[in-house]
Design a protein around this ligand. Sequence first.
Ligand SMILES: Cc1ncc(COP(=O)(O)O)c(C=O)c1O
Length: 390
Amino acid sequence: MKNKEMLLIPGPTPVVDDIYDALASETMAHTDPRFVKIFENSLQLTKQMFNTDGEVFVVSGSGTLAMEMAIVNTVAPGEKLLVVSHGYFGDRFIQLGEAFGIEVTALQAEWGKQVDAEAVRAKLAEGGYKAVTVTHVDTSTGVAASLDKLVPVVKAAGALFILDGVCATAAIDENMNKEYGSPDYKIDVVLTGSQKAIGVPPGLGVLAFGPKALAAREERERIPAYYADIKNWQPIMQNPGKYYATPAVNMVYAFNKGMEIVMEEGLEQRFRRHDALGQAVRAALTTYGMQVLAEEGAEAPTLSCILYPEGIDDAKFRQMLAAKGMIVAGALASLAGKAFRIGHMGNVTKEMMVEAVRLIGETLNEMGYEARVDTAVDQFVSVYEGNLKM
Ligand SMILES: Cc1ncc(COP(=O)(O)O)c(C=O)c1O
């Protein structure tokens, strides 16, 4: 492993050597047939991952660009967008929609809780909503949205279902051909970034548009975007040998390798592994007297927001962990200082997470708080193994 530190923030996530090696390969011309083949392969794998009948887009930029592309191509200025928000990143769609003159309404959950699907149904019953955004996992809270509850409600109202998968894709199912209770109740757009559960460094925005979302773009002659206009990217994604804007050649190498790793592990196995990792991390850390912010049933497989026991100084705790080579993130907004966020996604291993549980316990002990490290590690291992066997 080239990594010197355990990067357990909610993304970027630890990068494995094969991906670093791909990233460091010699830069080719973006029109070189060898590069075009790699780009095509990565798009094919992305299409398989989302199981979409539509089209996928891989562009240079971060997850926020992907959010913007999802909105600006589907919802016109003056049209109505409903934002279902479980935290900071859900809320970002409010500002984003408003920046494009879209009429935004938001349903915001108390941090740690899910938005009630009945409230979404009631809001949509007011009529006229073109699309609804749902953040699959909100990275600020570690709350996962329930697609089983939300997709049918949104689709029954005739709106497009736009899913922010930045903190979920490749760890939780985002199958765009899955029918949620009726043949045409499907996810219309998934947007994501390269740097979280896909396990690649930051730098690429990734999107999948299903047929209805593509049709929404087709209906309009112009949209208020140029780089973010999928019409400009469609010819490139169909034939990556064509030029529109120079692709991040080395990031595409890395992304292709990352997607190969995802598909070699197998989606089902990858989803199971993340589920088991999430459950095991939470079970272990609660033995230290810590609490999980996310309400029961809404805990994300990819990251957890963990409330400190009384008297633990956040900055000191994270500094001490960093000195041991393990990096976690602080919490946002009103939770700052009261909680930390730990990622357990991408190409992290059981061994890494066991080490994380151990280091957290040792740090708590050094801070004068009694933590039973062996009990926590045993708990981690038994919950992890138990879940993988299920
Ligand atoms: C759920 C979610 N959506 C969107 C974003 C924005 O992505 P980026 O920071 O890559 O622009 C993030 C970033 O962490 C995120 O976690």
